[in-house]
Structures are given as structure tokens and as C-alpha cells.
Design a binder for this molecule. Structure first.
Ligand code: MG
Ligand code: ZN
Length: 368
């Protein structure tokens, strides 16, 4: 009888709950409940090696004592990189595909072929109360990072892209391209404007580390940063570690995009040493992200590329000396599929062969 009564009471309570709006979607939950439920969302770290095909990875690995951080990733897939109407994509169309889930024309950022402005995974995560961050070794207004916050018909509209970053809600960003913010043809100083609205904008890693602002930008260079072999500082690893520290302190789930931008530029220059040094810089950052994810236990890492650059083939090399010799077949991009490596909760979603737009949809399914 006692058991029966308990069941009866639970049934009544459930009936009340179902008919009242205690559990309805519109109801504001007590704060503790929101925190608890949103914490189930895994953090997302999306790392894009621009122009990083299998040959670039192999060259970097063999010249790094036959080792790469990617060997610790759990699942591997392949992504088809073609754009809306071209077999060989550019970084704007492929950035848009991964960031926003739609194929578009080469050169277009965050807008689909029917001229519709797209919401990026970063913006979607932001709407779900994630902290958000972008780090690039190019300028922050370059096509790949821009795909996560901007909607422009041409990737070369750098000043428009800067303006859209100024009005976006990215919490932390690091990249070059300061001049597009404070030396503009419209004479506006977006850095001052952002600071007036609570952003802390800094010019070195020390000040980036020290700042406790919840809105923080770090311009590494006025223009495009130089190659790592020509003295670009700081390395990507330090930028990622510092940003992960901040994101961890926010005590919310986060979305972080990290781009190794210049692997692509080494490919365009047909300089294997440039490709390899930029891969190593990116590889070091992957190590740091993996270390964080292994510690944290609730962080999904996806490492991929937007396309291959240079049509690189490795011809020979010396295993003992960690040297590689290769040939490029183009100064542009190639149409090969690119690998996708994943680690952490939901990592299994990224095995198989799929369009690059699926990276967006797969990431989106991991967000509640
Ligand atoms: Mg790029
Ligand atoms: Zn390129």
C-alpha cells in the first residue's frame, strides 16, 4: 500500500508539472538550474590549418622526428572541400562552409548563394550562453576567422569585416590587422569605440595575460603577421594556452576557433620550409589544446583544414635526419579532400567522408 501511494503521489506531481509551465521552455529557471544544464555542453575547440592537406601534415611530422600531436586524436574523417560552384575552393567559401554550414561562391564570407546572411557556429554558441574566442596567425579580418563573425560579399572588404567584428559579441580575439580598425578610410577608430563599450584592447601577450576583462582583443601586428621563421611572436601555443586559461575561468562552456593561417601561405610560396615551420607552430598549439581537453574531460577538439594548398607531393627525405623534399604542382589550392581529426565527447561524429558543411552541423548537434 505504501509503495502504491508513493507511485500515486509521483503520478500526481508529474501531472501537475506537465500541465503547469514549471518545466516549459519559456520559463526562466532558477540560476543554479541553468548553470547545471548548460555545463553538460562540451567546450568546442575547432582548429583549422589553412592549406593543411595530408602532405603538409606528413612533411611536418617527418621533419618533427616522425611525430605529431595529431597521433593522439581519437577519430579521423575526410572532408570534401569544393565550393558551391568550383571544384577548388578558396578560404572564404570553405571557411563559410565550416563556420556556417552552407556552400557558397569563392570569395564570399558568411553569405549563401541566394544572398542570405548566415549564422555561424560561433554566433549559435554565443546564443546558447557559451564564451567565444578566435585566434589566428593572420590578421583577424582574414577570410578564415572572418567566416565566424562577418557577412560580406568579398573577403577583401577588410574595413567592413573589422566593423562587423566591432559589433559582434566575440569575447576574446587574437590576430593581426590592427590597421583595419584604427587607420580607416572612414576615419573611425574602432579600437577606441570598442574600448568605450567595455572591450580591453591590448598589443602584447603580457597585457593580454594580465587583463581580467570579459571582452578582450589582442592585436599582434598592425598588418599581416610575419612568418614564424621571420620572427612572428608570440607562438600560437602561448596564445592558445593564455586564452584557454581565460575561458576556463569564465566557468561557462566555450567555443574557440584557432587558425594556423600561414601553412597556406607557405604553400602559395611553394616553400616547403615555410609550410613545415608553420605546421610545427600549429602542431604545438594542438598539443596544448589536447592537454587541456585531457585534463578537462568535457572538451571536443576538431582539427581540420579548409583545403590543400600547393598540390604538394613528398618525393624523398631522410628519416634519421628528419628532412623531407617535396614538389608543388600549383601556386594555388588543390581539390583533394582534407583530413578531420577529433578528440573528446562526440568525437565519433567526425569519422567518415562528408562535405565540409557537415563540420558545422556536427558541431551544432553537440550543443544543447
Ligand atoms: Mg585562412
Ligand atoms: Zn590560400
Amino acid at each position: 500500500m505504501i509503495k502504491h501511494n508513493k507511485k500515486y503521489i509521483i503520478f500526481i506531481l508529474l501531472a501537475i508539472a506537465a500541465t503547469s509551465n514549471i518545466y516549459s521552455q519559456d520559463q526562466e529557471y532558477p540560476k543554479s538550474f541553468t548553470l547545471e544544464s548548460s555545463n553538460k555542453n562540451p567546450n568546442i575547440i575547432l582548429m583549422i590549418g589553412d592549406g593543411m592537406g595530408l602532405s603538409q601534415i606528413s612533411a611536418g611530422m617527418y621533419s618533427n622526428k616522425n611525430s605529431t600531436a595529431l597521433e593522439d586524436m581519437q577519430y579521423i574523417g575526410l572532408s570534401k572541400t569544393h565550393s558551391y560552384n568550383q571544384l577548388v575552393t578558396d578560404s572564404a567559401a570553405s571557411g563559410t562552409a565550416m563556420a556556417c554550414g552552407e556552400k557558397t561562391y569563392n570569395g564570399v564570407v558568411g553569405i549563401d548563394p541566394k544572398n542570405k546572411q548566415l549564422e555561424s557556429i560561433l554566433e549559435y554558441c554565443n546564443s546558447k550562453n557559451f564564451s567565444t574566442a578566435l585566434i589566428a596567425t593572420s590578421s583577424i579580418v582574414h577570410a578564415t576567422p572572418a567566416s565566424f563573425y562577418a557577412n560580406v560579399n568579398s573577403r577583401r572588404q577588410y574595413e567592413d569585416i573589422a566593423l562587423q567584428l566591432r559589433y559582434n559579441s566575440v569575447d576574446y580575439f587574437i590576430g593581426g590587422g590592427r590597421k583595419h580598425f584604427n587607420r580607416r578610410s572612414d576615419k573611425r577608430n574602432l579600437i577606441e569605440e570598442m574600448e568605450e563599450e567595455g572591450y580591453d584592447i591590448v598589443n602584447n601577450l603580457d597585457n593580454y595575460n594580465k587583463s581580467s576583462s570579459q571582452k578582450l582583443g589582442f592585436f599582434t601586428y598592425a598588418d599581416e603577421p610575419p612568418p614564424i621563421n621571420s620572427g612572428r611572436k608570440p607562438g600560437l601555443k602561448a596564445l592558445v594556452e593564455s586564452t584557454l586559461d581565460k575561458l576556463k575561468d569564465d566557468k561557462k562552456p566555450f567555443f574557440l576557433m584557432v587558425e594556423g593561417s600561414q601553412i597556406d601561405w607557405g604553400g602559395h610560396a611553394n616553400e616547403l620550409a615555410y609550410v613545415i615551420s608553420e605546421f610545427k607552430d600549429f602542431n604545438n598549439a594542438i598539443s596544448s589544446a589536447l592537454k587541456f581537453a585531457k585534463n578537462d574531460g568535457n572538451t571536443l577538439i576538431v582539427v581540420t583544414a579548409d583545403h590543400e594548398t600547393g598540390g604538394l607531393a613528398l618525393k624523398k627525405g631522410n628519416l634519421k635526419k628528419s628532412t623531407v623534399i617535396g614538389d608543388f604542382t600549383t601556386i594555388g589550392h588543390s581539390g583533394s579532400m582534407v583530413p578531420v581529426f577529433s578528440f573528446g565527447p562526440n568525437a565519433e561524429l567526425f569519422s567518415g567522408i562528408y562535405e565540409n558543411t557537415a563540420i558545422f552541423s556536427k558541431l551544432k548537434t553537440t550543443v544543447n
